[in-house]
Design a protein around this ligand. Structure first.
Ligand SMILES: Cc1cc2nc3c(=O)[nH]c(=O)nc-3n(C[C@H](O)[C@H](O)[C@H](O)COP(=O)(O)OP(=O)(O)OC[C@H]3O[C@@H](n4cnc5c(N)ncnc54)[C@H](O)[C@@H]3O)c2cc1C
Length: 388
């Protein structure tokens, strides 16, 4: 994969193959060739070789794709997240069989882990249940949104075995008793192949189980899961800043409004991008509570700054930006995606509040009524926070 210093072959590919398709993807066309083309160019890499370096290359790739299309960047994020779970799992046979296919982009990887992330934050119960069978597990339940879901792809899910134990499995979309229903239209991101998925007693052999203790995998992948999402915001911001710069050359007094001008936000975003990159340059997989807090903070700030930049672009683009499907409208609606995709800004606010509370129990008010007992125990273990 690319070192970040010299242009990689995939940069040229993005300019030649993705840039001309920006509007079609924004209008809802799934970029079907993207992953296989990136795989062919070696852009998807191998997370088992040097996991930290792989995450850094993943960040740069997602950022570059997001500068052209947030939908395409989310497709790449979902796919590479699935690769990260396999690499962190405890099923070498599945890893050996599936990882090369994912790295080549021959099969698509999807991740239905937002429910699990919300579960571990104490925000909602797990939506999938696993009951033991002779050959493995039977999974029942429903996930409301899973993206990058293709007919021949695989999706990652977390299912509850008991209040104390959860498993992480990869399930083929084509498995018997998997029912999918397309989730359209969203206000944006329609090119992400997003489906609601119902598991009507899906037979999951042990061979598909990535780890019988999902908590361990989530603990390992969680910092980079969030860190690489910030790359989507920085890529989209870079594009917006370029557009705002070209527009602003023509205006007088643009920086005189009473709220922070776009140049101030652009500078704040650049500083934030450097700080975020620095977090990953040290170690994107650092499991410490301090690193987690910084990753959550930068992810939340990136989402807010991106919204600000998209809002400035809308103001600057005038009536042209107000047309459905225009550049301004697309970027604005895409920016909101980073506010609602898990971890959403609401979710981030709660996690950060809890971390502050753990650090300064006397000063921060207690967040009540949200933490489910199993998640509370897990959250204490993972964050090193004292029990209450
Ligand atoms: C286009 C699109 C694609 C998606 N793709 C995927 C995918 O590939 N995989 C996947 O797993 N999911 C996917 N999702 C789901 C997404 O990631 C989010 O999980 C979901 O949209 C957010 O859920 P929520 O609305 O319940 O909000 P959340 O903000 O996550 O809140 C969850 C619950 O906790 C409560 N809550 C949150 N924060 C607080 C707080 N601070 N204080 C009190 N209560 C709080 C909320 O009120 C809510 O009940 C997708 C969604 C979209 C729109």
């Amino acid at each position: 994969m690319h070192s970040g210093k010299t242009p990689a072959p995939w940069h040229r590919y993005l300019e030649e193959a993705v840039a001309p398709r920006q509007r079609a993807i924004a209008a809802g066309q799934y970029p079907a060739q993207l992953l296989s083309d990136l795989g062919r160019l070696g852009a998807l890499g191998d997370p088992t070789q040097d996991p930290a370096e792989w995450e850094r290359q993943r960040f740069l790739l997602i950022e570059a794709v997001a500068a052209l299309s947030l939908s395409a960047a989310f497709v790449v994020w979902c796919h590479t997240a699935t690769m990260a779970y396999l690499a962190a799992g405890a099923n070498p046979a599945l890893r050996q069989a599936l990882l090369p296919q994912l790295a080549a982009g021959e099969v698509a990887g999807a991740t239905g882990l937002s429910n699990a992330m919300k579960f571990y934050a104490g925000l909602e119960p797990l939506r999938l249940q696993a009951t033991p069978t002779r050959t493995g597990w039977r999974i029942c339940g429903r996930l409301p949104a899973v993206s990058n879901l293709t007919r021949d792809g695989w999706m990652a899910v977390v299912a509850a075995i008991s209040p104390e134990q959860r498993l992480l499995a990869l399930i083929p979309t084509a498995a018997a008793s998997v029912k999918v229903q397309e989730r359209r239209p969203f206000v944006a991101l329609n090119g992400t192949a997003t489906y609601a998925v119902t598991f009507e007693g899906v037979e999951v052999p042990r061979e598909w189980v990535v780890h019988e203790c999902a908590d361990a995998v989530v603990k390992a992948i969680r910092p980079a899961f969030v860190w690489t999402q910030s790359a989507m915001a920085f890529g989209a911001a870079e594009d917006l800043i370029g557009r705002l710069g070209r527009m602003a050359d023509r205006w007088c007094g643009w920086e005189d409004f009473e709220w922070p001008g776009w140049g101030t936000v652009a500078e704040a975003m650049r500083v934030l991008r450097d700080a975020t990159w620095e977090l990953g340059r040290k170690d994107p997989l650092d499991p410490s509570p301090a690193h987690w807090q910084q990753v959550l903070t930068t992810r939340a700030r990136a989402a807010w700054h991106l919204l600000d930049l998209a809002r400035h672009a809308m103001v600057g683009l005038g009536a042209g930006g107000y047309c459905a499907g225009s550049y301004g409208a697309t970027r604005l609606l895409e920016a909101y995606f980073l506010s609602v995709v898990t971890p959403s800004l609401k979710h981030l606010a709660l996690e950060l509040h809890r971390l502050r509370q753990a650090a300064e129990p006397a000063r921060a008010p207690v967040a009540t009524g949200l933490m489910r007992p199993a998640a509370a125990k897990w959250a204490r273990e993972i964050s090193g926070a004292p029990g209450r």
